[in-house]
Design a protein around this ligand. Structure first.
Ligand SMILES: Cc1cc2nc3c(=O)[nH]c(=O)nc-3n(C[C@H](O)[C@H](O)[C@H](O)COP(=O)(O)OP(=O)(O)OC[C@H]3O[C@@H](n4cnc5c(N)ncnc54)[C@H](O)[C@@H]3O)c2cc1C
Length: 393
């Protein structure tokens, strides 16, 4: 069944509130977030009231029930301010909860999703391990059957929002080798035997926290396996990431838009040789390249999202996989180039923390790494094309 999302009138109203929130509330707080390395708690509460924690969760489970196209529009707006703000609710609406929505039992959906949508329950997604990053199917965290429960032991690495999370969607090995032996568990953060490492000292994205999640014989009921059937967890994780990539591509477009806006403002104000630097054709060439690439990426994201909404939920359509990986790869690489040109247009000031472009340059670097590096997107696209999948038509 296709996904139309909420009606256009209601969505446009929601979007204009969000645009006002980004412009008048979040952008003025960017410096605070940089300096204090945290998003103020009152802003988190305001985000809950706006409905940002339930964007992608259907109305029947207490969310807003946006379509993918609508969610991408939201991601584009929120991308225009510090990445940390999106980080507050990003795992809740995306990788943290989508596995339950896609593959969970009806009972799991009914008991968990309304609390996720209201922001009462913060979810994180724990797949990566010290020795299993891109090669996630080789993960080592063990889940050993123990009566009606499993005992989980292992270490998860770089887990976004782990210090704030109330529960994790956590992938562990219940069976043999490879993806077939992996199950997705819902693990409460206060489970006995679960502890956190020190927060990672990151290049950017100040205001968010990532750290190790360490499991030592953590007892989790078998009924906490998403969907109730062991061995499906890797497929669930890949479906979740496939969708998340489209969201992240839209965030990349939003970040590029902000980088371009900052570049334009500077190019109009800064004078050299008696005129604004924006009058020089070499500066205009950088602005033009950035504008054209942004338009191309945003068009790609919008057309992918439209296609995504037209397919039945969770459809394994391989051409969709090529499209989401292409959008993630192209939009995040594009955002990197636009931010880099932005620093160049700012000259030495672009290297100084006083100007937003310096933060954008550091923040945007992450997009090419997490939720699948550019290289793994290339691998997915190339491998699928070799199976004679027709994508363009
Ligand atoms: C800030 C931050 C937040 C994160 N949040 C989360 C989270 O919430 N949950 C979670 O589970 N993970 C999270 N991650 C982990 C992230 O998804 C991984 O870092 C990412 O998937 C890459 O894995 P890796 O770091 O182990 O790199 P590796 O897999 O070791 O890759 C190193 C290099 O080798 C390349 N490479 C690997 N395999 C291939 C191949 N087959 N062909 C060509 N090149 C290849 C990669 O592209 C990369 O350039 C986060 C990471 C960061 C930095």
């Amino acid at each position: 069944m296709s996904h139309p999302g909420v009606d256009t009138g209601s969505f446009e109203l929601f979007l204009s509130s969000l645009q006002r929130f980004v412009k008048h509330r979040l952008i003025p707080l960017e410096r605070y977030v940089e300096e204090h390395d945290q998003v103020p708690p009152e802003v988190v509460q305001e985000m809950k009231e706006l409905g940002l924690f339930g964007l992608s969760i259907p109305e029947e489970y207490g969310g807003l029930g946006l379509s993918m196209a609508q969610e991408c529009r939201v991601a584009y707006e929120i991308g225009q301010t510090s990445l940390a703000f999106r980080g507050v609710f990003g795992t809740n609406i995306g990788i943290g909860s989508q596995g339950i929505l896609m593959d969970g039992t009806e009972e799991q959906k009914r008991t968990i999703l309304p609390r996720v949508a209201s922001g009462e329950l913060l979810m994180a997604f724990a797949l990566t391990e010290p020795d299993a990053g891109t090669d996630a199917a080789s993960l080592k965290t063990q889940a050993v059957a123990d009566g009606d429960s499993f005992l989980l032991s292992g270490t998860k690495r770089f887990i976004s929002n782990a210090p704030f999370a109330d529960a994790f969607t956590l992938m562990a090995r219940t069976g043999g080798s490879g993806g077939e032996g992996i199950s997705a568990f819902i693990v409460p953060a206060d489970a006995k035997g679960l502890s956190l490492g020190n927060p990672d000292k990151k290049m950017g994205q100040r205001g968010t926290k990532t750290c190790d999640v360490i499991l030592d014989q953590v007892q989790v009921p078998a009924q906490n396996i998403i969907g109730g059937i062991p061995g499906q967890g890797f497929k669930t994780a890949m479906k979740v990431l496939n969708r998340a990539r489209l969201h992240l591509a839209a965030v990349g477009c939003g970040m590029a838009k902000r980088a371009l806006d900052e570049s334009l403002t500077y190019a109009r104000e800064r004078k050299q040789f008696g005129q604004p630097i924006g009058q020089f054709q070499l500066i205009q060439a950088m602005l033009a390249d950035s504008q054209a690439e942004l338009l191309a990426a945003w068009s790609l994201v919008k057309s992918c999202a439209k296609r995504f909404d037209a397919l039945p939920a969770g459809s394994p359509d391989p051409s969709m996989r090529v499209m989401t990986s292409s959008a993630k790869m192209f939009a995040t690489e594009m955002a990197g180039r636009v931010a880099d040109r932005g620093v160049q247009i700012h000259g030495g000031s672009g290297y100084i923390n006083e100007f937003p472009i310096e933060r954008i340059y550091r923040d945007v670097r992450l997009l090419r790494l997490y939720e699948g590096t550019t290289q793994i997107q290339q691998v997915i696209i190339g491998r699928t094309l070799m199976k004679d999948v027709d994508v363009v038509s």
